[in-house]
Design a protein around this ligand. Sequence first.
Ligand SMILES: Cc1ncc(COP(=O)(O)O)c(C=O)c1O
Length: 437
Amino acid sequence: MQSRRQLLKTITTLSIGGLSQSVFAGSAGNQLTGLTDLLHTTTSPDEVAKDEAFWKKVAAYYQKGTDTINLEQGYWGKMALPVEAEYIRLTKKINQEMSWYARKYWAEDFKQVKHTVAAALGAEVNEIALTRNATESFVNLITQYKGLQKQDAVLWADVDYPSFQRMMQWLADEHSVEGIELSLPASGNKQDYIDAYANIFEKHPNLKLMLLTHTSNQHGLTLPVKEIAALAKSKGIDVICDCAQSWGLVNFQMDDLGVDWAVFNLHKWIGSPVGVGALYMRTGTLDRVSPFPGEAEGNESVQNRVHIATSDFASFLAVPDAIAFHFAIGGENKAERLRYLRSRWVSVANKLPNIEVLGAQDQDCASGMGGFRIKGQTTKEQVSALQQRLENEFAVFTVVRKDLASGCNIRVTPQVFTTPDEIDTFANALIAIDKAL
Ligand SMILES: Cc1ncc(COP(=O)(O)O)c(C=O)c1O
């Protein structure tokens, strides 16, 4: 992986150098100059994670909501103020220039944005297509996938994004192949999850395609994708990796995952405006997925696997600023900080007799997102009542997730501007709830 400084330099060069051809001369990248104060060069991410002065500086780049302690930051990502300002400026400019801009400059600028995304992911530009969200990327992959025969099976897991699970079931039905849902352990360590996948691969030698979620939207579990994908590859199973919740929450580049196909959005943890996704297909793997209906044949670039049509121009154009801001904080610094905030409440919760922490039992599988419930209380009604209690009695906002095989849970997601004091307020709420049981 390139160092943070190298990456930031690449991205700054791409964004400033690229879009300056257009009417938006000098737009993307202009915000970067003020960000140098965020760059920490001498300390390790481990140390940065606990450096409150650093995170105070980061927090000053965001406008926080005021009403509650919002620990539901997994829905979509708040734009940093420089990104928000650029997005507003671009929106106005697009509305002013309209087709004159779009007809003359958009195609080149769009290509340049794609270069920036590819550089950030450590991918070749022909391996990246931009989409409007992760769902669009995923739907295109599964509906255009050519590999299924009658005797095959497709696999998904309870930790996968619920609508993607339903789409995998649809795919199985559509092709009259076997659809298999794997129930992963409610909590576990890296080896537990590798073993669970190894066992299901052994049990179903007819598996042909699987969905593998890097970071689960249910409880933040981050699977050892590289190991599981390598095992799948050795069995001839195609893997679609869902990185919608992981990119930016966890720090990685494509080589760290070792998957052929992956779907992303940038509007969660990369902090772009809403409406930007990406599809990754490794060079040499396009022949198993047809071009988008009516698009030109050819396996040179993944771009002909999607057709995004008229989209939010300004959202895409603000992406280089969002990526630059992300790398100014530092991908690993951010991931470590968020894991630190999770472990701050999880270490308390693990000692409480009536609280069950879900997902990662070790740091290898942890992200900043976490999940918990009261032991034995797994129904939607019970967990919703707990969410309401947190909100109404303790002013802590969280969300109920309903799709784990073990039952419902509360998802807890801080952001880079969440303070340790806010996490402690939440942990104290857990202590009070546990004591009252
Ligand atoms: C794990 C996971 N996959 C997929 C998605 C869908 O992302 P999008 O809304 O960008 O399509 C989400 C969104 O919450 C998610 O958390």
